[in-house]
Design a protein around this ligand. Structure first.
Ligand code: ADP
Ligand code: MG
Length: 256
């Protein structure tokens, strides 16, 4: 593995927030995550790229424990992810997740979508939860849609609601797994702009994306995965102009 060349002063670093050590996972005979070592500092924005099937989604899903791991450790803000129970629900709430498919509750309004988790998991009272929800919906530019149902919104608007819903839990880190891949082209930018703003506001973010413009402008570090391994990682300028591994060179030649 290559050295991480991110200048520490570029990152509002007050410690390591997400730490994966020797993480391994199999799906049957497939060794989908192989000896993953990854440390993400507070305030850092890490973009994960790599060919389809390389394990990017599985990596995200292990970090909020939607998937178990076979060996190794994952700690969030110094606390190891427990296998199950209330403590897991609390820790999972520290990790906001936004998927390719927006995964909103279809039979709840936009406002209810952003309020529910706060009341159920964070035990916020309903009025405070709704106030926060409205503020967040305004922040992502869909305040006027609060009383509509998800199906009445465009894909870009739904994805921004999904971001607001994740933020409502006051997560310590946000995971984005190809958040714009299911969107019509004209809606991609409105979602990327919300993510850019979040990055500027200092949110710690792990973003799986094919949007290399976003990687160049928002990421502190690019992590390149192939075949279940982290092959190399570097600051975006360095990675895009001077990839070191043949796998990364090959991948970039296909997408750039
Ligand atoms: P990526 O997000 O980089 O495209 P994934 O993490 O989705 O890759 O998948 C990595 C590999 O693991 C792929 O070969 C995929 O088919 C396999 N895989 C993913 N989820 C499962 C599952 N639940 N059961 C079996 N195989 C899986
Ligand atoms: Mg994926």
């Amino acid at each position: 593995m290559t050295e991480v060349s991110v200048a520490k002063e570029d990152v509002a670093a007050t410690g390591d927030l997400v730490v994966l050590k020797s993480v391994n996972k199999h799906f049957g005979a497939l060794h989908v995550l192989q000896d993953i070592e990854l440390t993400i500092s507070r305030g850092e924005v890490v973009v994960v790229i790599g060919p389809s099937g390389s394990g990017k989604s599985t990596l995200c899903r292990t970090i909020n424990r939607l998937e178990t791991i076979d060996s190794g450790t994952i700690t969030i803000d110094g606390k190891p992810l427990p296998p199950e129970g209330k403590e897991l629900a609390r820790l999972r709430a520290d990790v906001g997740m936004v998927f390719q498919s927006f995964n909103l509750f279809a039979h709840k309004t936009v406002l209810e979508n952003v309020t529910l988790g706060q009341v159920k998991v964070r035990r916020t009272d309903k009025q405070a939860a709704e106030e926060r929800a409205r503020a967040l919906l305004d922040r992502v530019g869909v305040g006027a849609q609060a009383d509509k149902y998800p199906a009445q919104l465009s894909g870009g608007q739904q994805q921004r609601v999904a971001i607001a819903r994740a933020l409502a839990m006051e997560p310590k880190v946000m995971l984005f797994d190809e958040p714009t891949s299911a969107l019509d082209p004209e809606m991609i930018n409105e979602v990327l702009e919300v993510m850019q703003q979040l990055a500027r506001d200092g949110m710690t973010m792990i973003v799986v994306t094919h949007e290399m413009g976003f990687a160049r402008s928002a990421a502190n570090r690019v992590v390149f995965m192939a075949d279940g391994r982290i092959i190399e990682q570097a600051a975006p300028d360095q990675f895009f102009s001077n990839p070191r591994s043949d796998r990364a060179k090959d991948f970039l030649s296909k997408i750039l």
